[in-house]
Write a protein that binds this ligand. Structure first.
Ligand code: HAM
Length: 394
């Protein structure tokens, strides 16, 4: 019979990676709690329309990466490619879109991308969304959370790139100037880039094409379209947080999702290779209205957990050792061993109980293989003494 394998780009997370993923989630949730955020869990499946209206018709996510299918009612559903849209949808649906919310989430996301190191079709994100907060202190708060992650996880060779896209009007004004400038270059563009130019010229700013980059370097810059308040915000972020993390102003940073206005940022590390971005976010003041909700300014970010695992390297993926291995032989010893193991686990110890009935030497071998820190041996003769020990734990 043929063996069934997992879907390309959807790896099983196993052994040391599961331990590290759990450790990461624990650290991140501690940081989020310390910022007084509440956890929210939205479903993995949503109506496809949600992602079309949020991430935008020009985004790669909607164009080629979304996993969509019709259910039995012919309703188009999609596996969530990111968490922000679902969170905003949920707050609008609960009619809570007039209040402030400080939320965090974590869970699997799905994108039909070409798999490579650090890029999967199913991957895990942890994200933060501050909803109902206008530009200003919430932008500083969100960068402060990002800083805590950098510091707590001791992320080395990492840089936080920041940019400001202006408000909706500024973004539109700049887009049309950019379009005018790029039209003279249209003949040189690839078909893909021509399409971007027509739909959303901003998407060309982070192009990897060297000639286009040189041409863009001489073109209009978003920074010249920003108000003094917007420029002050960028300065403030650099002066307040520059002592904790390396911050770079990057006028080509636009981000791949259409919902952004205002501050945008991305954390990259030279230790990651081609997929060097491990965290991304920004302000999305228009999204609530685009999804039929009230005016609800907001800012957030998400962090890719698999990329964090890669960043941490192998040394953090230490296999977990067993604290105590209980070897036993004979019926009385076995029932005492069962009792003892249950009592020891109350003290948060990792306890392995051998119920194989195998010889002592085989049980010892297994205990050593698990690198058990302590071994308790209960034979028929020891059973009586063991009963005494167990009573000590009562
Ligand atoms: P994003 O930049 O698309 O933003 O994704 C955030 C992070 O998810 C990336 O920096 C990366 O670490 C990870 N990631 C993305 N795609 C993959 C993949 N195929 N394989 C592995 N990791 C991946 C968002 O998703 C926005 N929702 C962030 C946000 C929240 N903006 C505002 N609020």
């Amino acid at each position: 019979m043929d063996k069934i394998s997992s879907i390309r780009g959807m790896p099983d997370v196993f052994e040391s990676d599961t331990n590290y993923l759990a450790e990461l989630n624990e650290t991140l949730s501690r940081i989020f709690l310390s910022h007084n955020l509440n956890e929210i869990n939205t479903p993995i499946l949503e109506q496809t329309e949600l992602f079309i209206r949020s991430t935008g018709v020009t985004s790669d996510i909607v164009n080629k990466e979304i996993y969509s299918f019709n259910d039995r009612n012919e309703q188009s559903l999609s596996l969530r490619p990111e968490g922000t849209a679902g969170v905003v949808r949920s707050i609008i649906q609960k009619k809570l879109d007039t209040a402030e919310h400080k939320l965090w989430y974590q869970g699997p996301m799905f994108r039909y991308e070409r798999p490579q190191k650090g890029r999967f079709r199913q991957f895990n994100q942890a994200g933060v969304e501050l909803l109902g907060f206008e530009e200003g202190s919430s932008d500083l708060e969100i960068i402060s959370i990002v800083c805590d992650i950098f510091i707590e996880l001791e992320l080395e060779n990492s840089v936080l790139r920041i940019n400001h896209l202006g408000d909706k009007d500024t973004k539109e004004k700049f887009s049309s100037e950019l379009l005018k400038y790029l039209k003279t270059y249209k003949g040189e563009l690839s078909d893909n880039d021509k399409e971007k130019l027509n739909k959303n010229p901003l998407r060309l700013l982070d192009s990897k094409d060297g000639d286009l980059k040189d041409f863009l370097d001489k073109g209009p810059k978003i920074i010249d379209f920003l108000s003094s308040e917007q420029l002050n915000l960028l300065d403030k972020i650099q002066s307040v947080f520059g002592k904790y993390v390396e911050i770079e102003l990057d006028s080509s940073l636009v981000r791949g999702l259409d919902y952004y206005t205002g501050l945008v940022f991305e954390a990259v590390s030279s230790n990651l290779g081609a997929q060097d971005s491990f965290l991304g976010g920004g302000r999305y003041d228009e999204l609530s209205k685009d999804l039929g909700g009230k005016e609800m300014p907001a800012i957030g970010f998400a962090i890719g957990l698999e990329r964090l695992i890669l960043l941490a390297g192998k040394d953090l993926a230490v296999p977990r050792n067993t604290d105590i291995y209980i070897i036993n032989q004979g019926l009385i010893a076995e029932s005492l061993a069962l009792d003892l193991s249950r009592k020891l686990r109350i003290y948060d110890l990792i306890v392995e109980l051998d119920l194989s009935g195998a010889s002592f030497s085989k049980q010892f071998k297994k205990a050593n293989k698990l690198k058990s820190k302590s071994i308790i041996v209960i034979g028929e003769d020891e059973a009586v003494k063991c009963e005494f020990i167990i009573r000590l734990f009562d």
